[in-house]
Design a protein around this ligand. Structure first.
Ligand code: ZN
Length: 378
């Protein structure tokens, strides 16, 4: 395995770190640890968002860091030896504000091409006339189901307005040949409907938040599909191809099969931790995360054990208190819900009464194992 060359030291979690990786074909990839600034009120910590500069023809930037931090991005690029105007192409892994932040400012300053998932613009656009049960029909597609308190989403509103005006040059679709043959794209919905992974020179996988090192990405919810199905582009597919844990597991399976020969994972978070880089093989990491979700389903059924519990009651037993502080509580509910949705579809849990608490009970079956058995050993 080739090694990263550390070009700039930063914090032990990777903030401010700049590393270089040279592929077997001799292409240099610069890895930039762009710090995140969140007051989450909790203990969870994603570490920086990793942005990547791929050298060669058409200098390419993968992801643009957190919103409203254009100066942070330009400084990091400068420290790596690049200016904004050098960048000819931007590829966005998915439309979340810790990865596509600064995109409008960046596009205006660089005049680069933008490549993104074919649903990216739909998710960035506003669809205020479509309600369909969305908590915030006035927010852009990516945030219509946001459950975070106003204190948090107040900050991103002006950014999202600017983002909605950005136009993609290439709308990436599954199986269509890439104009740059060094890149191959896999559409990998699950964390978000517009998630993609970029395989570079059959050696490196840029995974955004679809595969992370050391933490497991949050799956979206099937519930969100019903709020958003009319805003997705035509031909997108049904509920389980767009949102939720089933979509995510299928994306993991795609990665474990189609990245079997790739060497190195370059994820959206946790590339570097405790003062050193993480070297992970993409297919192995996909398989690990798959197994993690099998276990999590089993753990939730064990917690239910003859009782009727709501999302909060399950998440109290599933997560350490520090992970449930502040916004962590909302994230823990979503995490539990994504597994309950999968198990409800397979008959392993039944919803117990309506209401926003989503009370459930175990039915005694473990059919979820048959579902996962198609993709991993259970
Ligand atoms: Zn992220």
């Amino acid at each position: 395995m080739k090694q990263f060359e550390i070009l700039q030291q930063g914090k032990p979690g990777g903030e401010g770190v700049i590393m270089k990786y040279r592929t077997r074909r001799g292409t240099d990839i610069y890895c930039l640890g762009a710090p995140l600034f969140y007051d989450s009120g909790g203990d969870w910590n994603l570490g920086p968002s990793w942005c990547y500069v791929v050298t060669g023809d058409n200098l390419t930037l993968i992801d643009t860091g957190q919103f409203d931090k254009f100066d942070v991005l330009t400084d990091l690029l400068g420290q790596a030896g690049f200016s904004v105007k050098d960048i000819k192409r931007v590829i966005i892994s998915h439309g979340h504000e810790d990865h596509d932040g600064n995109l409008p400012e960046f596009m205006a300053a660089a005049g680069a091409e933008l490549w993104a998932h074919f649903a990216f613009e739909n998710m960035a656009a506003y669809h205020e006339d479509i309600h369909d049960g969305a908590a915030h029909p006035e927010f852009p597609g990516s945030c219509r189901t946001c459950l975070l308190p106003d204190k948090f989403n107040d900050n991103c509103r002006p950014y999202h307005r600017r983002r909605s005006r950005v136009k993609a040059t290439l709308r990436i679709k599954e199986g269509e040949p890439s104009p740059d043959s060094r890149f191959r794209f896999l559409l990998t919905p699950g964390h978000s409907p517009d998630s993609l992974c970029a395989i570079f020179e059959d050696e490196v996988v840029f995974s955004g938040d679809t595969l992370l090192a050391s933490i497991t990405p949050h799956p979206s919810l099937i519930l969100e599909y019903y709020c958003n199905r009319r805003i997705l582009p035509e031909g997108y597919g049904d509920d389980n191809s767009a949102y939720g844990l089933i979509a995510y597991i299928r994306s993991l399976d795609k990665l474990q099969k189609q990245c079997a020969d790739t060497e190195l994972l370059l994820p959206g978070h946790r590339l570097y931790e405790k003062g050193k880089p993480n070297y992970l093989k993409p297919a192995e990491r996909a398989a690990e995360i798959l197994r993690f979700h099998v276990e999590r389903c089993g753990n939730i059924l064990r917690i239910l054990d003859g009782r009727v519990l709501d999302l909060d009651q399950i998440s109290i037993e599933l997560f350490e208190p520090r992970l449930r502080k502040g916004f962590g509580k909302y994230l823990s509910h979503r995490e539990v819900m994504s597994h309950l949705e999968l198990m409800a579809l397979h008959g392993d849990i039944a919803w117990a009464g309506g209401g926003p608490e989503f009370k459930s009970r175990a039915t005694g079956s473990d059919n979820y194992k048959n579902f996962f058995g198609k993709y991993t050993r259970v």
